[in-house]
Design a protein around this ligand. Structure first.
Ligand code: GRG
Length: 296
């Protein structure tokens, strides 16, 4: 990572932590235990890749930072809710997330369920409550975009396919379909929401959409490789879960080298989609590099 990019990431992560802290309900407000568990699940952890993508896309389109903050927070709250629910015994049944006990372990299952529900609704509350774009119709489109990316035709649908595919062998197109929905949809939404807080043409949005799809899939391919290669301490979540759970992955289909090659190809194609943007897309390029080169 270049020093300049590293400090951009660190500054945005630190500022965003404050933003999230201010947008989440305070832990001393009733119901205290639920609010405390929501804060536990969102704050102090995670790479914040999706918010960083929103910030980079927002910088590209000249968006006001306070607007992108809200869009980025909405996406991160959806992401945090999905992790809380995914870790529950009825799904992945995991005990470690972001280097801490998972929400249902730290609190209890009913609380974890309600944390996920409450984070999801808070995300949409924020999008309805704060001005994201001067054009109200555009803002409504943004709300719809996040709803589609999160629901049965996006992340939750991808998760359903994931749960149904345990112990089965999927073809490459089937695996791709699952991951474009489960992981890719929210990453794509982060790019598009960040961009739409500013001024962006339909043609530019189309190219950013393509970038988001490619980098979202690359993120998952790298996640599959890391699940095999990295250790639990580095990941902050249990390593080797995919093989243990007999889940089809890019590694099980293509082998480690095949999966790495695929991530490289997606990375290259993602960078190509940004070619026309010049210097304004530099942060997005650096984030694309980070997504494929990351070690955690
Ligand atoms: C429960 C509706 C529902 C969906 C769950 C996101 C998800 C769908 C499951 C998480 C399981 C998983 C390991 C997915 C693969 C990719 C992924 C989303 C990894 C976690 O994202 P990171 O690495 O996490 O950005 P941090 O903690 O850095 O935010």
């Amino acid at each position: 990572m270049r020093a300049d990019f590293q400090s951009w990431v660190a500054a945005h992560q630190a500022r965003f932590e404050e933003v999230l802290g201010g947008l989440l309900p305070r832990a001393d407000i009733a119901p205290q235990r639920l609010h405390e568990a929501m804060r536990y699940s969102v704050l102090d952890g995670g790479k914040r890749v999706r918010p960083l993508l929103a910030f980079a896309a927002g910088e590209l389109t000249g968006a006001e930072a306070v607007r992108v903050d809200v869009a980025a927070a909405a996406v991160e709250l959806i992401h945090a809710y999905s992790l809380v629910h995914d870790d529950m015994p009825c799904m992945d049944d995991d005990v470690l997330r972001r280097g801490k006990p998972t929400c249902h372990v730290q609190y209890d299952e009913a609380t974890a369920l309600l944390v996920g529900d409450s984070l999801q609704t808070l995300a949409f509350q924020l999008l309805a409550e704060h001005r994201l774009n001067d054009d109200a119709a555009r803002q409504l489109e943004m709300v719809k975009l996040l709803a589609l990316a999160s629901g049965s035709r996006g992340m939750a649908g991808g998760q359903a396919i994931d749960l149904a595919s345990v112990g089965k062998s999927l073809t490459l197109p089937e695996l791709e379909f699952m991951h474009i929905h489960k992981t890719g949809a929210l990453i794509r939404a982060a790019v598009l929401l960040g961009a739409q807080c500013g001024s962006v043409s339909a043609e530019q949005l189309d190219r950013l959409d393509h970038f988001g799809k490619l980098i979202g899939l690359a993120f998952q391919v790298v996640d599959d490789v890391l699940d095999c290669e990295a250790d639990t301490a580095t990941l902050g979540k249990t390593a080797g879960k995919d093989a243990d759970n007999d889940k089809p992955t890019y590694v099980s289909l293509l082998g480690i080298q095949g999966a790495r090659d695929m991530a490289q190809r997606l990375h290259r194609e993602a960078l190509e989609t940004l070619a026309g943007f010049g210097d304004s897309a530099q942060r997005l390029r650096e984030l694309a590099d980070f997504i494929v080169l990351r070690k955690f």
